[in-house]
Design a protein around this ligand. Structure first.
Ligand SMILES: [Zn+2]
Length: 347
């Protein structure tokens, strides 16, 4: 009896101790797994896409290229934890060192893992403007530590109040808690090498990766082309079957950018910033979405609509209703309206 009591006491202590070292509540800690956060897709020999899973720790897509002397990582996801998982996947495939990383643009869902690579001494290459915006403009995508603590506590409370048999719902809260924990570890970290125009050629031994910059999505975007595999990493210049975030966009620049990319790489495979690995037709669909949006909003302005009327009346055409991120449909109208009126604030 006494032994059993001590065993129980020890078990309780053990659980409490785990509770202290791992800030999860309610259920035993769930071990983070890469497959919860992204799906690895082999696009060509030594060229991989890491496609973000909804609600996970990656948020934006990333990927990597393995050459004969090293590896290049394209984008660093939303959280350090997801970046660590990607490094784990890379190391399962090759013993070669990570030589370079690239930030396609400053948004936190593509740069949140930067600190992991800087700590490893990996140079991170980006557009000049990323160095200006990374630690300033990104603050709007990252709640304060106090706010994150509060949100985490709310999610943990809701989870603990959800009955055991509602497994789906509990798992959802569990994922939220896990996401807040990961967000609390983000330290906004700058790239270490930047360029503002022209082309930058990187070599992973024989294998070449060409970085270029084009305007439209933020005014500080870089994309990568792997010539021997005919693969383009578009970053957020390309979205596949997904409505875009236009918060920093200039659609009038973006449409010609996409035309140029499609013209230059007519038979490439595309790893988009969001959505699945695409061909030219999905990138064309995205280009047409932007063109369509611009046409509809232009007409709305010509008809005398205010911005609020435009948001109410200009409904998303049927053919884009299957796109992911439907919540962007109305903000897209507002951003387009302001761009056409010349009132959009881009700092
Ligand atoms: Zn993104």
């Amino acid at each position: 009896m006494r032994i059993r009591f001590i065993a129980m006491l020890m078990a309780t202590f053990f659980v409490v101790a785990i509770g202290v070292t791992q800030p999860r509540q309610g259920k035993p800690a769930v071990v983070a797994k890469a497959e919860d956060d992204f799906q690895l897709v082999k696009v060509a020999d030594g060229v991989y896409a890491a496609i973000a899973r909804p609600g996970g720790l990656a948020s934006g897509n990333a990927g990597f290229v393995i050459g004969d002397e090293g590896v290049l990582i394209f984008d660093t996801f939303f959280t350090p934890a997801a970046m660590e998982e990607l490094i784990g996947e890379i190391q399962a495939l090759t013993k070669l060192p990570i030589k370079f990383a690239v930030n396609s643009h400053y948004h936190l869902d593509h740069t949140g893992g930067n600190q992991v690579l800087v700590a490893r001494g990996v140079p991170i290459i980006a557009h000049d403007n990323v160095a200006q915006w990374q630690t300033t403009k990104n603050k709007r995508f990252l709640p304060t530590p106090e706010d994150l603590q509060k949100r985490r506590a709310d999610a943990a409370k809701q989870m603990s109040e959800t009955p055991e048999d509602q497994k789906e719902k509990r798992a959802q809260f569990e994922r939220q808690v896990r996401r807040y924990d990961a967000m609390m570890t983000i330290k906004l970290t700058n790239p270490t090498v930047t360029f503002g125009s022209g082309v930058l050629r990187l070599y992973l031994g024989q294998r070449e990766v060409v970085l270029s910059t084009l305007p439209g999505h933020t005014g500080g975007d870089v994309f990568a082309y792997v010539p021997d595999a005919k693969v383009v990493f578009t970053g957020d210049l390309g979205w596949s079957n997904t409505l875009p975030n236009l918060v920093d966009a200039t659609v009038n620049d973006w449409i010609p950018t996409l035309d140029r990319i499609l013209n230059q790489y007519p038979s490439a495979k595309f790893i988009p910033g969001h959505g699945n690995v695409a061909g030219p037709s999905e990138i064309k669909d995205f280009r047409d979405y932007l063109d369509d949006l611009r046409t509809r909003v232009k007409q709305g302005i010509a008809d005398g609509l205010t911005v609020d009327q435009a948001k109410q009346q200009l409904k998303l055409p049927e053919k884009y209703k299957e796109f992911a991120f439907q919540n962007f449909a109305t903000p897209n109208v507002e951003d387009m309206y302001k761009e056409l009126k010349g009132t959009k604030q881009l700092q």
